[in-house]
Design a binder for this molecule. Structure first.
Ligand code: V47
Ligand code: SF4
Length: 393
């Protein structure tokens, strides 16, 4: 297929030129990226993205066993795309967990083989540096092997400013208390004008990038996201990818890029229509092509739904996040098809196998926990328990 795209049979010389760059491992430019969004058919970007995906990972498709804790949905900010948060003046409509509440959730997973807890939520004054460092220390004391992936530059910028400490001091405190990695949230869209319109008041794009830079300089890893499909155009998307690619050249600390599709239920941007699945797949593919220095592209299934997550595996995606266990409300409240997002390991493995890819359980840092490629789990008693199937016989 790729030969046809590169040959004279392809009557678009610019697309041929970009295709040649991809095959030869040459980086595409910002104008190439915009050209792909504006002119290339889905099939062509799909072929190129899948070429890169298979060159890097073959058929391997990663997932993990994780759960989320959202300490609060009350927030001092009011991002216009957010369906999840409640303003402080309406805090009685939301939830605000105490340290004990959060530890009770952690403890409820004691007998489950999860490897990661993902903690993120609204921004509130009582959740300060001391609260989070105490929380991370307590989780580590209780379950040292559980990877803590928590908070974003949105919270960090706010709490460090309040305590009048630098990003470096603050991130060192987080690391020393047990924070293992940072998720990719809060990036939204980096273009300053748009960011101001949809996420005004929270940390700026430069501050978001700087906190990741500092974290990477401490030897730690993080993810990156982009909120797309709202009021941005293709130039804004490529600008966002370009800023991530530049920081990654500098630090190498990003593991995974996660495009997040804007969902429009019950938020201040409900009048903005959601974009089509064709656009979603194109966005995954072009992200894979553009971010040549990122190892992984993730389709977050609670946001996009499991069917499109399956499709995305042919458009550059090699990771579909984790079991989640119905512990996040961010997307169900924004109108995702996944109203109670939870998949057992068995279901995740089956979902990946059904589209002829090889399921690999990973930990947060992409170490292989278990290769499920050849596991015949229906017959295998040992794995029935592992797959959360009833152990019979
Ligand atoms: O920053 C909020 C997004 C993000 C909506 O790093 C919305 O592994 C679409 O970052 N429509 C938080 N998106 C979630 C996040 C994340 C999720 C999964 C895995 C990882 C990871 C990170 O959710 C926010 C914002 O960009 N978001 N509301 C909405 N209506
Ligand atoms: Fe608050 Fe995050 Fe929602 Fe913005 S996206 S209002 S910072 S919870």
């Amino acid at each position: 297929m790729i030969e046809k795209l590169l040959s004279e049979k392809n009557t678009d010389p610019t697309l041929r030129k970009i295709g040649k760059k991809v095959v030869e491992g040459e980086r595409i430019s910002e104008s190439d990226g915009v050209y792909l969004f504006e002119n290339a058919p889905l099939s062509s970007v799909g072929i190129l993205a899948n070429y890169i995906r298979e060159k890097r990972h073959g058929d391997l498709t990663y997932f993990n066993r994780n759960f989320h804790i959202e300490p609060t949905n009350v927030c001092i900010y009011s991002c216009s795309f957010c369906s999840y948060s409640r303003l402080i003046k309406k805090r009685s409509e939301g939830w605000e967990y105490s340290m004990e509440d959060i530890m009770d959730i952690v403890k409820s997973y004691d007998d489950k083989p999860v490897t990661e807890v993902h903690i993120v939520g609204g921004v509130l004054p009582q959740y300060d540096v001391k609260f989070y460092t105490d929380l991370f220390s307590k989780i580590k004391a209780h379950r040292p092997d559980l990877h803590i992936k928590a908070l974003t530059p949105v919270e960090f910028h706010y709490i460090f400013k309040k305590d009048k400490i630098s990003y470096t001091e603050g991130m060192k405190l987080m690391k020393d208390s047990g924070l293992d990695s940072m998720p990719g949230g809060g990036a939204e869209i980096f273009d300053e004008e748009l960011r101001d319109q949809i996420a005004g008041g929270k940390c700026s794009s430069d501050q978001w990038l700087e906190i990741h830079r500092v974290w990477h300089q401490l030897g730690q890893r993080s993810n990156a996201t982009m909120l797309y499909g709202h009021i941005e155009n293709y130039h804004h998307r490529i600008d966002h990818l370009q800023r991530l690619r530049e920081l990654q050249d500098e630090t190498g600390g990003f593991q995974t890029f996660i495009p997040l599709k804007f969902r429009n239920k019950d938020n201040q941007m409900s009048h903005v229509p959601e974009i089509s699945v064709i656009e979603d797949l194109k966005n995954y593919a072009i992200s894979r092509i553009y971010l040549d220095n990122f190892d992984h592209i993730k389709a977050y299934w609670p946001m996009i739904g499991r069917t499109i997550a399956q499709l995305s595996l042919s458009f550059g995606v090699d990771d579909i996040d984790g079991t989640i266990d119905d512990t996040t409300k961010i997307y169900s409240m924004a109108g995702s098809e996944e109203q109670s997002p939870a998949l057992s390991t068995y279901e995740l493995v089956t979902l990946i196998r059904k589209v002829n890819r090889k399921p690999i359980e990973r930990d947060t840092l992409y170490n292989v926990v278990r290769d499920f490629t050849d596991v015949k789990f229906e017959q295998d008693k040992q794995f029935r328990g592992y797959f959360d199937l009833p152990v019979v016989g």
